[in-house]
Ligand binder design. Structure first.
Ligand code: NI
Length: 196
């Protein structure tokens, strides 16, 4: 991508309020396939900046557009090397196996040891419209696979083994019965919990 997004207001003070509320498990938007991006324009740049601000506010290391209710094939991330944005990503090759304790901002408070390919080759576009080709390993490869799944309406719950899945669904069901805590208030507006 080009310039690092600025999170400062006109008078120079840091803006810390997240522009978006992150959609959580049960929101139907998380189960839909996002659309290919046709034009890389100012709207997309603004979306990316707002998504990065939302991600840093959590904090998280990756965020896909459907997680803020936008059905576009784009995700943002920062694994300690600065903010990055990838548009219309495709995973063209995977290799190996790697176990990692994976979490998701859309499934707060739950993480699971999940095996996925260790290395991947990803191609995408950046916000300047340039094609990017990345050979990713371990954490970066895991992040790409997790965010790419979001663009296809797939949550990490679909990668759990039977015991993990039972535990996850029990926790999510108990939460739904207990009523949404303040941080999950927006779940009420999205029609409650839809168990797979
Ligand atoms: Ni996620």
């Amino acid at each position: 991508m080009g310039a690092v997004p600025s999170f400062h207001s006109a008078d120079g003070t840091l803006i810390s309020m997240a522009p978006y509320t992150i959609r959580v498990f049960g929101d139907p938007v998380l189960k839909q396939r996002a659309s290919e991006i046709e034009n890389i324009d100012g709207t997309l740049v603004r979306l990316s900046e707002d998504m990065l601000a939302t991600m840093y506010d959590e904090p998280g290391i990756g965020l896909a557009a459907p997680q803020v209710g936008v059905q576009k094939r784009l995700f943002v991330y920062d694994i300690g090397e600065g903010p990055r944005v990838l548009v219309n990503p495709e995973i063209v090759e995977t290799d190996g196996e790697w176990l990692f304790d994976e979490g998701c901002l859309s499934i707060p408070g739950l993480s699971f040891e999940i095996v996925r390919p260790k290395t991947i080759h990803l191609v995408a576009h950046d916000l300047d419209g340039n094609e990017v080709s990345i050979e990713a390993d371990e954490l970066e490869a895991r992040l790409f696979q997790h965010e790419f799944d979001h663009l296809d309406g797939v949550l990490m719950l679909e990668h759990l083994d039977d015991d993990q899945r039972k535990h996850a669904l029990r926790v999510l069901r108990d939460r739904a019965m207990a009523g949404p805590p303040a941080a999950l208030d927006h779940r009420e507006k999205t029609g409650g919990l839809h168990l797979p």
